[in-house]
Design a protein around this ligand. Structure first.
Ligand SMILES: [Ca+2]
Ligand SMILES: [Ca+2]
Ligand SMILES: [Ca+2]
Length: 539
């Protein structure tokens, strides 16, 4: 009887799915598949990521999976999210449509593939490979600070050769963990994670494979040991780099679920007291991450809430990310903690390959012919190009500024870099700030973001009817923040992501309980308390 009911339901759901799918022909995933017909699958076939309101371990999750005929493969590091295997013959699109009909399902999405941003070998870029540090004002900045071993950067990439002579001094070590004893000594859920973690093979050692030099290169730009008489120097002479590996040596095969778990690890270690201030993310792009990916965006936002800036490469397709139907995710998300980076040349021109966008890309940084450490030996260096190489200049700048001004928040670190670029004609109209990173200026004149509400920190509502209210927030330029409510009866109207000054408008539903109730609106590390009470309680 039960089986019959489920079959009938699934059949009905399939019919509905066909209708929904037909209506969603302009849906981003489908459209992007059509844009890139020669690419391989943009997501893992036969798998979905599904967020369940009651939690991935709940009965509701089991019921939803049973209805669809799917099997839970894992519960992800972010609350509520699970990865499921679909039954034979059920497509990803149809399965999403079925899950979308279920009340307990908050999101259902593909498990997207992410690729490392390939580096073009363009012969027009002939400059000496260390020009970037001079361009961004690092030599002057080093008079103020050369970095700090108390600042940690998570480099989410293809792994890092942490035995390299120019990286070993700055490689992070988990002091709570004993290597190789098969025991999770610090009790963080990861056995022997002394050096970081490999989320591709799900093993403790984030050493790159033979051809996976990308992550060793980005690490060197962030923090190759400086003034040590060896190889190169990073933006930070001193820092700690936590390699988080999400790729095989092929660099084309990371997925949403690996990213979510990687972000959750970084956030967890931050909450356990490791002073992670930034992540470097030299990957993304369409043809690869082809759709809006709520799971990874949630993971990035959760890291931002924990105090971590995430620097993302804008992509190497010379695309306008503002208008391209397949922009470079995750860099284009509105997340306040994301800094999206384009690539400049030794003459401050736009690198020919670099994607751009007046709204979606924040600033430029040196990214063509960049010399840094390489993974083929403990003394190797290499010169390569890409927005992948521009991004670690910015990540390194976040770390250096954090060392110099440990008090700065995520919003302040980002605003300080954006408000202190060298504005250049070549970048007018191409990136939000119209300029290229300058870390020295940012250290001289940092922006401290305060979110001023004119002294108001609570709003009192008399009467129980539904209504809309608002309050004003004053903030410096490029101080970015997300506004969130902790209660279902109070919702934020319109876009909940703001930059600088804004009016926060919110809706309160009719209070049918008859009793007073309280909600909290959070924004930029501050809160506004909203209390609604019956008018009879005197006004
Ligand atoms: Ca551990
Ligand atoms: Ca151990
Ligand atoms: Ca060195």
């Amino acid at each position: 009887m039960k089986i019959k009911f489920i079959s009938a339901f699934v059949l009905a759901a399939f019919v509905l799915a066909m209708i929904v799918t037909a209506q969603k022909r302009s849906d981003s995933v489908l459209r992007k598949v059509e844009v890139e017909p020669s690419k391989t699958e943009p997501y893992v076939p036969g798998e979905l990521l599904v967020k369940i309101r009651g939690g991935a371990e709940s009965r509701a999750a089991a019921n939803a999976n049973e209805l669809v005929g799917a099997t839970q493969l894992e519960q992800l590091g972010m609350p509520g999210w699970q990865r499921v295997k679909l039954p034979e013959g059920l497509t990803v699109d149809s399965a999403i449509a079925v899950y979308d009909t279920l009340a307990d399902v908050q999101y259902a999405q593909p498990n997207f593939y992410y690729h490392l941003l390939a580096t073009p070998n363009d012969p027009q870029f002939t400059s000496s490979g260390m020009y970037g540090l001079t361009k961004i004002g690092a030599p002057q900045a080093w008079d103020l600070s050369t970095g700090s071993s108390s600042v940690v950067v998570a480099d989410i990439d293809s792994g890092m050769l942490y035995t390299h002579q120019d990286l070993a001094p700055n490689a992070w070590i988990n002091t709570g963990e004993i290597a190789g004893n098969g025991v999770d000594d610090d009790g963080n859920g990861f056995v022997d994670d002394v050096r970081g973690w490999d989320f591709f093979y799900n093993v403790a050692d984030p050493t790159p494979g033979g051809s996976g030099g990308h992550g060793t290169h980005t690490a060197g730009t962030i923090g190759a040991a400086g003034n040590n008489g060896l190889n190169v120097a990073g933006v930070n002479w001193n820092v700690k780099i936590m390699p988080i590996k999400i790729y095989s040596p092929a660099g084309t095969d990371s997925t949403s679920s690996m990213l979510v778990n990687a972000y959750a690890y970084v956030r967890m270690m931050k909450l356990r007291g490791v002073n992670i201030r930034a992540t470097n993310n030299s990957y993304g792009n369409c043809g690869e991450a082809c759709g809006y990916d709520q799971a990874t965006k949630d993971g990035i936002d959760a890291m931002g809430d924990a105090g971590i800036v995430s620097c993302f490469a804008a992509g190497n397709d010379n695309n306008n990310n503002d208008t391209n139907p397949a922009p470079s995710y995750p860099s284009v998300y509105t997340s306040p903690s994301i800094i999206a980076v384009a690539a400049s040349t030794s003459t401050d021109a736009k690198a020919s390959f670099s994607s751009y966008g007046l709204t979606t890309v924040d600033l430029a940084a040196p990214g063509s012919n960049v010399l840094s450490t390489w993974n083929t030996s403990n003394t190797a260096t290499n010169t390569i190009s890409g927005t992948s190489m521009a991004t670690p200049h910015v990540t390194g700048a976040v770390a250096l500024l954090s060392a110099y001004r440990p008090d700065l928040s995520v919003a302040s670190l980002k605003a300080s870099l954006l408000n202190n670029v060298d504005v250049l004609p070549a970048w007018a109209g191409l990136v939000k700030t119209g300029g290229r990173l300058n870390i020295f200026k940012a250290m001289q004149n940092p922006t401290v973001c305060t979110f001023d509400t004119g002294g108001i920190d609570s709003i009192r509502i008399r009467g129980l009817r539904a209504r809309d209210l608002s309050f004003n927030v004053t903030a410096a330029a490029n101080c970015d923040y997300m506004v969130k409510s902790d209660s279902p009866w109070l919702t934020i109207n319109g876009n909940n992501v703001f930059s600088s000054n804004g009016t926060v408008s919110f809706h309160v539903t009719a209070n049918t309980t008859g009793a007073a109730r309280t909600a909290t609106i959070s924004f930029g590390g501050r809160t506004m308390i909203v209390r609604q009470m019956p008018s009879a309680t005197r006004d």
